[in-house]
Design a protein around this ligand. Structure first.
Ligand code: AP5
Ligand code: MG
Length: 217
């Protein structure tokens, strides 16, 4: 039962790869971004606090996201967890360590997806998803096989994230550089960091991650 973190800047491909690992291996994708967007859509107290912060591209408070992960962690107990977009600060990294230790679990790998900044902007600004099943698409790299119809569930409704515009993306990247990248040395000291070339195609990135997860790289 593996516990892995996918770490990387906005648009690096964390969600794409986490969803694939969940579908192919039955591991559980724990995405704080998705949890927060669900809370915003449902209008919960957490959602009300998070909405404006997310629209500005800033980080939501450590206490809120750590609590969200704590609530969902047990669901991944048998199958393994893929942490997508968490932890994002040193405080969150410490919180995760405690949450795992309390359950007799530990981290196996921190997989860093490395991608150039210009490529990140291109990816994010073109991104859209199926409004029904969440399957990810892109205006240039990944259109549905039949235009306007989701490959996975057949829905004809799609949506774009309110924080996927160039200005907000720049703020999200600045937040990554200032607050998230500094947690890498913490994991490097523990010998957990594995780097993957996130500029490669989705399938090539998947193969690099699979090799790590299968203990072959
Ligand atoms: P979150 O939802 O986590 O967004 P993010 O980190 O900005 O990352 P993205 O989801 O934009 O990118 P991704 O790496 O998942 O890439 P994807 O696979 O979609 O967070 C959103 C907000 O919530 C934050 O700004 C913050 O406010 C808040 N938040 C969330 N977690 C928090 C936390 N822990 N603490 C505090 N605040 C938190 O890929 C992007 C696009 O590229 C897609 O179109 C995809 O199809 C395409 N693509 C993917 N891989 C490839 C490839 N190899 N080649 C070509 N295209 C590709
Ligand atoms: Mg994502």
């Amino acid at each position: 039962m593996l516990n892995i973190i996918l770490l990387g800047p906005p648009g690096a491909g964390k969600g794409t790869q986490a969803a694939r690992l969940q579908a192919e291996r039955g591991m559980i994708q724990l995405s704080t971004g998705d949890m927060l967007r669900e809370a915003v859509a449902a209008g919960t107290p957490v959602g009300l606090k998070a909405k404006a912060v997310m629209e500005r591209g800033e980080l939501v408070s450590d206490a809120i996201v750590s609590a969200l992960i704590g609530e969902r962690l047990d669901a991944s107990a048998d199958k393994g967890a893929i942490f997508d977009g968490f932890p994002r600060t040193k405080h969150q990294a410490a919180a995760l360590e405690i949450l795992l230790a309390q359950r007799g679990r530990r981290l196996d790998h921190v997989i860093e997806l490395v991608v150039d900044e210009d490529e990140l902007v291109r990816r994010i600004v073109g991104r859209f998803t199926c409004a029904k099943c969440g399957a990810p698409y892109h205006d240039h790299f990944r259109l549905p096989a039949v235009p306007g119809v989701c490959d996975v569930c057949g829905s004809t409704k799609f949506k774009r994230r309110p924080d996927d515009n160039e200005e907000t993306v720049r703020t999200r990247m600045a937040e990554y550089r200032a607050k998230t990248a500094p947690i890498l040395p913490y994991y490097e000291d523990k010998g957990l960091v594995r780097r993957v070339d996130g500029m490669a195609s989705v399938d090539e990135v998947a193969a690099q991650i699979d090799a790590i997860v299968d203990g072959k790289a």
